[in-house]
Write a protein that binds this ligand. Structure first.
Ligand SMILES: Nc1ncnc2c1ncn2[C@@H]1O[C@H](COP(=O)(O)OP(=O)(O)OP(=O)(O)O)[C@@H](O)[C@H]1O
Length: 250
């Protein structure tokens, strides 16, 4: 089913238990199609776990989780999702191009189109100059971008990116955020992007603010500022944390 009137991701009472402890607790949220949605919250609040659930890589998920109109984890989603994990997954003894060629073949990109497609995603992540370099000789930021390029292969409808800009310099970070918005505007892709850096919040169309396994609030950066009467998303977050603490204190 590819009903584009449905949100890209829809969660109802989503829960996950890891190591015997609840890590996601009764989450309710939706990610509208064609948006760049930021998943923000402190380290350990459950961002990676939520993303793993969305891409179908997380065990012990309860509740309802719909992705592109399908049940999360269903085989029909395999070619419609791109996932960037925090640890770069590249073969160090292959060149940048060989890594991408390999993954493009796995994804079923036809041989005739493959080299053009690989060239295009390498340009997207600004790695054209390093196309022939062994991945083992790239810097960690360059290697992370090879992984990002892998996630872009096949022009997926939903890109789930776990901290894609961590450790990158400001110029590169800006060019990647520009790329994310281009993918949404020109291809209608939906991007769910995690970060624990609040200064990236204003680059997102929408935000989900998380803390301790729960979604504290969702909305545009402007809505969250207005709702809390604050002048930055960081202050909005602190305000929401305090309001949540008060509401939970008997
Ligand atoms: N393999 C695991 N087994 C048990 N518990 C885990 C495991 N991985 C993570 N957790 C726990 O799940 C919780 C959420 O972790 P998660 O990695 O989703 O957080 P995060 O918000 O992505 O953090 P960060 O920003 O540091 O990547 C943490 O309390 C963590 O200790």
């Amino acid at each position: 089913m590819n009903d584009t009137s449905r949100p890209a991701v829809l969660a109802h009472r989503l829960g996950v238990v890891r190591g015997g402890a609840p890590v996601l607790k009764e989450l309710e949220f939706s990610v509208p199609r064609g948006t760049v949605t930021g998943l923000l919250g402190p380290s350990g609040c459950g961002k990676t776990t939520l993303m793993r659930a969305v891409v179908g890589a997380q065990a012990r998920v309860t509740g309802r989780l719909e992705v592109l109109g399908e049940r999360a984890g269903s085989a029909a989603l395999r070619h419609r999702l791109g996932y960037l994990t925090q640890a770069p997954s590249v073969y160090l003894d292959l060149t940048t191009t060989q890594n991408l060629d390999y993954w493009a073949a796995v994804l079923g990109v036809g041989r005739a189109d493959r080299s053009e497609h690989v060239r295009s995603v390498l340009a997207d992540v600004d790695l054209t100059e390093h196309a022939g370099a062994l991945a083992g000789r790239l810097s960690s930021g360059q290697r992370a971008r090879v992984s990002l390029a892998v996630a872009l292969l096949g022009a997926p409808e939903l890109l789930v990116l776990d901290e894609p800009t961590v450790g990158l310099d400001p110029v590169l970070r800006r060019s990647l955020w520009d790329l994310f918005h281009r993918l949404a505007a020109e291809r209608g892709a939906t991007l769910l992007i995690s970060s624990h850096v609040m200064d990236e919040a204003d680059r997102c169309d929408r935000l989900m603010l998380m803390r301790e396994g729960r979604v504290l609030a969702e909305g545009t950066p402007g809505e969250l500022r207005a709702r809390t009467g604050t002048d930055s998303v960081e202050h909005a977050f602190l305000h929401l944390v305090e309001a949540d603490r008060r509401a939970r204190t008997p």
